[in-house]
Ligand binder design. Structure first.
Ligand code: MTE
Ligand code: MO
Length: 525
């Protein structure tokens, strides 16, 4: 160990202690901001607090409760804070005298916090990230501020001409940096903690929601709708795997008690329904495949789910659109809008829903809780408004949905498409292997009646189709190929229930959906 630097002024110890505490604030700020970005998960503050409660001996808990009553948790946090301040102040002093031992104290604290975060029940893969980033931030702040402090000390320790002025400059520089860092950290940290807490409160509200049983249930999915092929997309997309597309930087958090849906505009009667009123209506279940216009050929911005909701046509019937109206501009609480043809929404054969449930649970927050629209056959950008609060009956000549002035078509029917899920591009197999080539094909609301596969220069061969559940959902298919030597380009195309053959013309997603055949290369040797 080195001797303490003789230039260290003993009375500057308080400044080093302060630096330690500011570094701790930086840790908390960065970690809490990270936790907020993770949707309220991974806060070391919460995790360590919970771990202390869990690990504390019975006697200590009883003592806390008897001393502080229902304020026991506040008292615990106060106690933890005092402890943190003392330890990190000590670490600041230590780092000034014997670097890098102060930084090591922070690293050790970080390891403990990481343990607490990652061993919490239900912790996710990235939950440790905020803590790791927080420790990094604290060490950077610790070093940076101590460097400033050292410069200030140097001006005092070496008496030269003008030392007093230099001393003033360095002092102001140190104090300026320290105060700014502390203020920014305190602000960011407390705002993030509040944000996470409100997100978690919203999640608790959602968990407490009990959806009614549907008045009309969807046909049960026949077992034949799913093919037994490894690597094929499952017929129903689990909520956790469902693609998410929206313009929301932060997922809107809505308390259903404050939510309502207003149907207005060119209608005989403005209608407004609350959450309780909506849930009291006879709800229907429908399976429907939802797809994004931005989905590239072979892309995965598509999913299939069982939606529970109330028919939009019935709500419109109550409001009675005036003649001349031809569009419904649905609006989200965050301002997003979609323009949907009125006749599609009024059509008896189109199961367009104000949906509240997705695969048997309330809508996940990122998929529109408490309510969204689902319209089979239309791309999401012109129909599937999440966090929906308004349906304005209007005209295409008067209004535009969010994406239309941004270069996307006014109307967006989903196009006939098919995708190879397995094998993946570039797979090598052995000659003679039986290779299932399989995937999904869709044209929601129209349906798929055939899928064909072409391997190399061989002609189109019919694939085996899974049972169709309804025209509104995608269909699995498989072509069982026996590998022959060589490198083969495999392509797929679908035929719609209307007899349309999927076009080979390659178009990009803009302005109204990509087209072309999906292909993969397989080599056999
Ligand atoms: N409020 C809101 N709703 C929205 C969007 C949006 O940006 N904001 N995007 C739409 C688009 S482009 C698509 S493809 C679907 C995606 O729905 P999902 O995220 O549940 O898959 O939501 C639609 N609804
Ligand atoms: Mo989309």
């Amino acid at each position: 160990m080195t001797e303490p630097d003789p230039r260290l002024l003993p009375h500057r110890r308080w400044a080093a202690a302060l630096v330690g505490v500011i570094a701790m604030l930086a840790f908390l700020a960065v970690a809490e901001l990270g936790a907020l970005l993770l949707g309220g998960a991974g806060s070391p503050l919460v995790a360590v607090g919970s771990a202390v409660i869990d690990l504390a001996p019975r006697g200590a808990k009883d003592l806390m409760v008897s001393l502080f009553g229902t304020g026991d948790k506040v008292a615990l946090f106060a106690l933890m804070t005092v402890l943190l301040v003392v330890i990190t102040a000590g670490a600041g002093v230590l780092e000034r005298r014997r670097p890098p031992f102060g930084a090591l104290v922070f690293a050790a604290g970080g390891v403990l916090a990481l343990l607490a975060v990652t061993t919490r029940s239900g912790s996710g893969t990235f939950d440790g990230a905020p803590t790791v980033l927080g420790v990094a931030a604290s060490i950077i702040v610790l070093r940076l501020l101590l460097q400033r402090l050292r410069r200030w000390e140097d001006t005092r320790a070496v008496p030269t001409v003008g030392a007093d002025r230099a001393d003033g400059v360095q002092r102001r520089s140190f104090i300026g940096w320290a105060v700014t860092t502390a203020a920014v950290a305190a602000l960011v940290g407390s705002a993030s903690r509040l944000g996470s807490a409100s997100l978690q409160a919203a999640a608790a509200v959602r968990r407490a929601v009990r959806l009614p049983a549907p008045a009309s249930t969807a046909e049960p999915v026949p077992s034949g709708a799913s093919l037994d092929v490894t690597g094929i997309t499952p017929y129903v997309t689990p909520n956790a795997d469902f693609y998410r597309i929206d313009t929301a930087l932060r997922v809107p958090s809505i308390d259903p008690a404050d939510w309502s849906l207003r149907i207005h505009g060119e209608v005989e009667e403005t209608v407004e329904i609350t959450w309780a009123e909506l849930l009291a209506l006879p709800l229907e279940e429908h399976m429907a495949t939802l797809s994004c216009v931005s989905n590239e050929v072979g892309g995965d911005l598509i999913g299939n789910a069982l939606w529970l909701g109330y028919p939009i046509r019935s709500l419109l019937a109550r409001a009675r659109p005036k003649s001349g109206a031809d569009m419904v501009l649905s609006r989200s609480i965050d301002g997003f809008t979609a323009g949907t043809p009125l006749d599609v929404l009024q059509d008896d054969d189109t199961q367009a829903l104000v949906a509240v449930g997705m695969n048997g649970t309330p809508l996940p927050a990122e998929h529109g809780f408490p309510a969204r629209l689902v319209v089979p056959g239309l791309f999401g950008y012109v129909s599937a408004t999440k966090w929906v609060t308004e349906l304005e009956v209007t005209r295409f000549a008067k209004a535009q949905g969010y994406w239309t002035p941004r270069g996307w078509s006014e109307r967006g029917p989903v196009k006939l498409e098919s995708r190879i899920d397995t094998p993946s591009d570039g797979t090598s197999v052995r000659v003679g292997d039986r290779v299932p080539i399989a995937g999904v094909a869709w044209q929601p609301h129209v349906g798929v009646k055939a899928v064909q596969v072409k391997v190399g220069s061989a002609g189109w061969q019919d694939a085996e189709l899974a049972d169709s559940v309804s025209a509104d959902t995608w269909r699995q298919w498989v072509y069982r190929w026996t590998a022959v030597a060589g490198q083969h380009e495999v392509q797929v195309r679908a035929v719609s229930a209307d007899g349309e053959v999927q076009t080979s013309v390659q178009r990009p997603p803009a302005p109204n959906g990509a087209t072309g055949w999906h292909g993969v290369t397989i080599s056999a040797s």
